[in-house]
Ligand binder design. Structure first.
Ligand code: ATP
Length: 274
């Protein structure tokens, strides 16, 4: 079977209430929701709606979630692809894929186009490249720039992209009329972690006597939202294995240990010298 060129979701169910913390980032993207809902309100005075915004922050902090929530709040389709899918691609495929994506997006506008890991295609061109290795990546980046320049913002397509490496991005991406806005998404502080725990505890059967989201937030310094979601799921599985009727604080403690263990293993693979 032919691999999907990109993902398209017509009815996005995720909204801002699913995104805990990130209050400043939510405020910034709320403007994009307004543009998508009522573009003419903003263009009648001659203003230009931004084409794209870059969501910058470490892995697992909710960049994809926030981009989806923008589509969900505005009630518009969500098109997405990941920059890492373009690595080692046959010549011409990446560029063609980008063109297809924008063609469909324009047909379905207003909508959101989300490009995850844009650094995989958007690394600065030229300098220090390995022989023959990344021509296709460059083609893909060029076709993305051409597409971004080729439609007017009245078309109602807004592009959100995510990266944890803004430092390596080609400066051409940041020119006016492209990703001219940057929104930073940081790892949550203790208040943010408590809010994220509350979101992920909601669908679970927890022992309300012992389980306390404030304590859980205090016990998970350095965790991103993705790890907190992971802890909640692990706790549910651990409690089920223990034949419990509800998830207790002890199950969360053991889940936290397990997630920390997993993180340590991952770090060892990344830096084998330590
Ligand atoms: P990556 O850079 O690795 O793609 P990301 O920043 O896009 O990561 P997401 O994919 O949005 O992170 O987050 C993964 C999952 O973690 C989400 O689907 C959600 O379950 C949980 N999560 C992350 N951040 C939050 C948050 N702020 N509120 C609620 N859940 C969150």
């Amino acid at each position: 079977s032919k691999a999907a060129l990109f993902d398209a979701e017509n009815k996005v169910k995720i909204t801002f209430k699913d995104v805990a913390g990130l209050d400043e980032a939510k405020e910034e993207v709320a403007e994009i929701v307004e543009f998508l809902k009522n573009p003419s309100k903003f263009t009648t005075l001659g203003g230009k709606i931004p084409k794209g915004a870059l969501l910058v922050g470490p892995p697992g902090t909710g960049k994809t979630l926030l981009a989806k929530a923008v589509a969900g709040e505005a009630g518009v389709p969500f098109f997405s692809l990941s920059g890492s899918d373009f690595v080692e691609m046959f010549v011409g495929v990446g560029a063609a894929r980008v063109r297809d994506l924008f063609k469909q997006a324009k047909e379905k506008a207003p909508c959101i186009v989300f490009i995850d890991e844009i650094d995989a295609i958007g690394r600065s061109r030229g300098g220090g490249k390995m022989p023959g290795s990344n021509d296709e990546r460059e083609n893909t980046l060029n076709s993305l720039l051409v597409e971004m320049d080729g439609f007017s913002t009245d078309s109602g397509v807004i592009i959100l992209a995510a990266t944890n490496r803004p430092d390596v991005l080609d400066s051409a991406l940041m020119r006016p009329g492209r990703f001219d806005r940057q929104i930073s998404i940081d790892k949550p502080d203790i208040i943010g972690r408590e809010a994220i725990f509350k979101v992920h505890l909601k669908p679970l059967k927890v022992d309300t006597q012992s389980v306390d989201s404030k304590k859980l937030a205090a016990q998970t310094p350095g965790f991103a939202g993705a790890e907190i979601a992971n802890v909640c799921n692990e706790a549910a599985l651990i409690a089920a294995r223990r034949n419990k009727k509800a998830i207790e604080m002890q199950d969360f403690h053991d889940a936290i240990d397990r997630v920390i263990g997993g993180l340590e293993k991952k770090n060892k693979i990344i830096s084998p010298d330590e």
